[in-house]
Design a protein. Structure first.
Length: 135
């Protein structure tokens, strides 16, 4: 039986080190099943990773600047430059490798679903919550 996961599953453990991911990959292998990812999930995960990386990098730079403003006798190295967009792409490659997926496991968008999703968002019907979220 193939499995589909939502971005929230990966959000909890971006490096996929949780035992549950090992169990999932083991299950997929033993049952000759595949992990299927809707393209919106892949895009959401990439955007999430990018935001987390940007936030943590900003925190890091701020901490270094605070430390530099306090230190008297030690020279701090400059913050390394990150290529956020490139790192986000590499993260998706990491996910594919770790989860055993590739482009064949991605469900593409179907534009004919958009009007129904917009209607459900306006009417606050499932799969959206009472605030019209979870689009």
């Amino acid at each position: 039986m193939d499995a589909i996961i939502d971005a929230n599953i990966i959000r909890r453990d971006l490096k996929l080190k949780d035992k549950n991911f090992e169990v999932l990959v083991d299950y997929l292998g033993r049952t000759n099943s595949k992990l299927i990812l809707p393209s919106i999930v892949v895009e959401e995960i990439k955007g999430l990773y990018k935001r987390v990386l940007e936030e943590r990098y900003d925190e890091y730079k701020n901490s270094i600047e605070k430390l530099k403003s306090t230190l008297l006798f030690l020279e701090m190295p400059e913050s390394p430059d990150l290529e956020i967009e490139n790192d986000s792409e590499r993260y998706i490659d990491f996910l594919h490798k770790k989860l055993g997926t590739n482009s064949d496991n991605i469900i593409p968008y179907k534009n004919e679903y958009l009007p129904e999703l917009v209607k459900r968002a306006i009417e606050r019907k499932k799969p959206l919550d009472n605030k019209g979220q979870q689009f």
